[in-house]
Ligand binder design. Structure first.
Ligand code: F6R
Length: 241
C-alpha cells in the first residue's frame, strides 16, 4: 500500500484528484469506480475545476458507483445517483450512457446485482476505484461481518451506519435500511484502488485497516492484500498510526 499522509482535507482532495486525473490522461477511456459521501466531495470539486481548465476530459470515461440505497428513486435528493449528478456528473462532460449505477428500485434485486457484475466484466473491469472509509471500517456498504462478500449484493445497514447517514435525512426513520453494494470481491478486482480518509472520527478505523489483522470484521483491512492501493489520509485520520 502506498501511503500519503497530508495535513488537511483540501490537500487530500487535491492529491486524490491529481491521481485520478493522471489515470484519465494516461488512459482517456478509463473505467472509474466512484464513491459518494462527504469525503470525495472536495475531490470531485477539484476534478470539475480540472475539466473546466481543459486538463482532463470525461467524454470517453465510463463510471460505476459503489452502491445505492434500496427503495430510493434517482430523483430523491438522498439517492446516491442524485448525489453524483449534483457533485460531479452535471458539471463534467461524461456521457449519460457511460454512467453505471445500481438500481435500488429494481423488482428483481438478484438480477440487478448480476446485471451490474456482468456490466463491469463487459467493459473490461475497473481501472481505478475510489473509496471512502466508514467509521466501522466498511468500504462501499460492506459492513463488518463474518465473511467477505464476493460480488454485488443487497446488504442490511448496521445501526452505526444508519446513525452516521442520518445527517443527510430529516430523521433517522427516513434512512433506508437496505442498500445494494459492490462486494469485496468486486472492489478487489479493480486494477488500482485509491482510498481517501479524513477526520479524527475515522482514526481508529484507519489504524485497524492499515495495522490490524485482515478480517471481515474490518472490511477495508482486505486492502492490505491488493497489489495497487494508494491511501491518502489527513493528519487527524492518521493520528493513531
Ligand atoms: C459511499 C460509500 C461509503 C462511504 C463511507 C464514508 O459510496 O461507499 O462506504 O465511502 O461510508 O462516508 P463519508 O465519506 O460520508 O464519511
Amino acid at each position: 500500500m502506498q501511503m500519503y499522509q497530508v495535513e488537511t482535507y483540501e490537500e487530500m482532495s487535491t492529491k486524490a484528484a491529481d491521481i485520478i486525473a493522471s489515470h484519465m490522461i494516461l488512459k482517456p477511456d478509463s473505467t472509474l469506480g466512484l464513491a459518494t459521501g462527504s469525503t470525495p466531495v472536495g475531490t470531485y470539486q477539484s476534478l470539475i475545476e480540472k475539466t473546466n481548465k481543459g486538463t482532463i476530459d470525461f467524454s470517453q470515461i465510463t463510471s460505476f458507483n459503489l452502491d445505492e440505497y434500496v427503495g430510493l428513486p434517482t430523483q430523491n435528493d438522498q439517492s446516491y445517483r442524485y448525489f453524483m449528478d449534483d457533485n460531479l456528473f452535471n458539471h463534467v462532460n461524461i456521457a449519460e450512457s457511460n454512467i453505471n449505477f445500481l438500481n435500488g428500485m429494481a423488482e428483481d434485486i438478484e438480477a440487478e446485482c448480476k446485471r451490474y457484475e456482468n456490466r463491469i466484466r463487459e467493459v473490461g473491469g475497473i481501472d481505478l476505484q475510489l473509496l471512502g472509509l466508514g467509521h466501522n471500517g466498511h468500504i462501499a456498504f460492506n459492513e463488518p461481518s463474518d465473511r467477505f462478500e464476493a460480488e454485488t449484493f443487497m446488504v442490511e445497514l448496521t445501526q452505526r451506519t444508519i446513525e452516521a447517514n442520518t445527517r443527510f435525512f430529516a430523521s433517522e426513520e427516513e434512512v433506508p435500511r437496505k442498500a445494494l453494494t459492490m462486494g469485496i470481491g468486486t472492489i478487489m478486482a479493480a486494477r488500482n484502488i485509491l482510498i481517501i480518509v479524513s477526520g479524527a472520527e475515522k482514526a481508529e478505523a484507519v489504524r485497524e485497516v492499515i495495522q490490524g489483522p485482515i478480517t471481515p470484521q474490518v472490511p477495508a483491512s482486505i486492502l492490505q492484500l491488493h497489489p495497487s492501493v494508494i491511501f491518502i489520509g489527513d493528519a487527524s485520520a492518521c493520528s493513531l498510526l
